[in-house]
Design a binder for this molecule. Structure first.
Ligand code: NAD
Length: 476
């Protein structure tokens, strides 16, 4: 049986503790997995000094060599998949089979960016004789990154991959509730020979760390994934200090189900995808706008599938959905469900906590939810689906666009004309048709409207970690 990792800070290539700690809980039974050191200001100062040195060394390391170290770290992570999956499943409650896939997904981010590191081309710009204009892409500098608790391995991987591929150094504040994935990443890079100071990992009080790191001169980019409220707060702090940001924020993903699909198949696919990671995914399909001609059959298949989900401790192979990550989510989901019911929605399955030990919430299907119910505006971030009927594609698109969010959106249809309309009109950073997968390593991912700025992944993602230098060279 693998063991849960030793919880430490990683600064300047060394692991360290702190006199102050906080407990990390297993959400399946509320037991304590370990105690996480809280970084003090002196630790952050050391991390800043280390990151400056790390940047000096890493920015001058050949892209091919950077890629080599990234690929080595990634292959160590793949070898350690079972141990990492165990850590993720223990601290987040995620089913072990999904945890294994998350480790692979994290590795794919490293591998993609390692390749892209070698293709950060500049340009030669046509000019009159005697002068040459060109651009080169250079690392933006030290990155302060903040990753959330819902994907303990792949969320930090995205940020570390971008920073390291571009030649930046990084101070990563990973999620205190789920530190295991980030600790394994730091361990793999350490073992792969990453120079000290290039990657630093801290934990603590999030606002204390962001308030301290963002204003520092050495910090050149703030990369955050999390809620829109916190993202806006960090963006304004960054703005006050003139720093660029990369923000991947909340969503409330619409799914437009057209009348030309098999409603039974579509319902099963949708319910299966909804409960992934207990619905704690910023791209989780949540607001289903279903054509009235297929509504009843879709709702029936969805509800049966959701109700049959095997809910349990994520560490057991048979589990299809684990607990939610913390007591906050349990409270939020209960409140949203009660509010929807009070406002006239039908609760077709779930709607409440399961048991009284561990943070289990039943897969929940709400139908015919009125627009003024809170869940129609607030991202439930849990295993909760809203299924409402629409009379046309135009109505579905209008409802999909009605919220300030615009991260992922989905369409289920076989009609090219419907797809064309959705591409033109749906307000989202990522639109997926006939699949409920929103992004892979090689595609850019990010939001419009309140869902954030910038893109992670793909060719575009890496560019955020670089600056363009224009060189004008007069021949003499
Ligand atoms: P929250 O708003 O308190 O925190 C969200 C994340 O931001 C956490 O990882 C937290 O550690 C971090 N954070 C909070 N304040 C910070 C600060 N001042 N500086 C730096 N980091 C800070 O909410 P929560 O209860 O942890 O999560 C609930 C909500 O967050 C969800 O409803 C969802 O909308 C959002 N969320 C989104 C994602 C995503 O992938 N986009 C991931 C996790 C959470």
């Amino acid at each position: 049986m693998p063991t849960y990792p030793d919880l430490k800070l990683y600064i300047g290539g060394k692991w360290r503790s702190s006199p102050e700690t906080m407990p990390v809980l297993n959400p399946a039974d509320e037991s304590v997995l370990g105690f996480l050191p809280i970084a003090r200001q002196s630790d952050l100062d050391d991390a800043l000094l280390a990151a400056v040195e790390g940047l000096r060394v890493w920015s001058c390391t050949a892209p091919r060599k950077r890629a080599e170290i990234m690929m080595r770290a990634s292959s160590l992570l793949r070898e350690r998949n079972e141990e990492i999956a165990f850590a993720i499943s223990s601290e987040l409650g995620k089913p072990i089979r999904q945890a294994r896939l998350e480790v692979i997904r994290g590795c794919e981010f490293f591998e993609w960016d390692a390749g892209e590191a070698q293709r950060l081309y500049g340009r030669v710009i046509p000019s009159e004789p005697g002068i040459r204009y060109m651009t080169v892409r250079q690392p933006i500098g030290m990155v302060a990154a903040f990753s959330p608790w819902n994907f303990p391995m792949s969320q930090p991987a995205r940020k570390v991959a971008g920073a390291l591929a571009a030649g930046c150094s990084i101070i990563l504040k990973a999620a205190e509730e789920t530190p295991g994935g980030a600790i394994h990443i730091a361990r793999a890079f350490h073992d792969a020979g990453l120079p000290p100071g290039v990657l630093n990992l801290v934990f603590g009080i999030p606002s204390v760390i962001s308030d301290y790191l963002i204003p520092q001169d050495q910090t050149r980019l703030i990369a955050f994934t999390g809620s829109t409220a916190v993202g806006r707060h960090l963006t304004s702090l960054a703005g006050r200090h003139g720093k660029p940001v990369l923000m991947e924020l909340g969503g409330h993903a619409p799914v437009i189900v057209c009348d030309d699909v098999d409603p039974h198949q579509a319902g099963i696919l949708s319910a299966t995808r909804k409960v992934r990671n207990s619905g704690q995914v910023c791209t989780s399909p949540t607001r289903f706008f279903v054509h009235e001609r297929v509504f009843d059959r879709f709702v029936d298949a969805f509800t049966r599938q959701a109700a049959a989900t095997v809910v349990g401790n994520g560490i057991e192979e048979k589990t299809e959905m684990g607990p939610v990550a913390n007591a906050r989510r349990l409270e939020a989901l209960t409140a949203l469900s009660e509010d929807a019911l009070a406002k006239g929605a039908r609760v077709l399955t779930g709607g409440q906590r399961i048991g009284d030990k561990g943070y289990f919430f039943a897969p929940t299907v709400l139908a015919d939810v009125p627009d003024h119910a809170r869940v129609m505006q607030e991202e439930p971030f849990g295993p909760m689906a809203i299924i409402n009927r629409v009379a046309s594609l135009d109505e579905a698109i209008a409802k999909a666009n009605a919220l300030p969010f615009g991260l992922a959106a989905y369409g289920l249809t076989h009609s090219a004309a419907n797809v064309d309309k959705m591409i033109n009109l749906v307000e989202a950073g990522n639109l997926s048709i006939n699949t409920l997968e929103a992004s892979v390593a090689e595609t850019p991912f990010g939001g419009v409207k309140a869902s954030g700025f910038g893109r992670e992944g793909g060719e575009e993602g890496l560019l955020h970690y670089t600056v363009v230098k224009t060189v004008s060279h007069k021949m003499e």
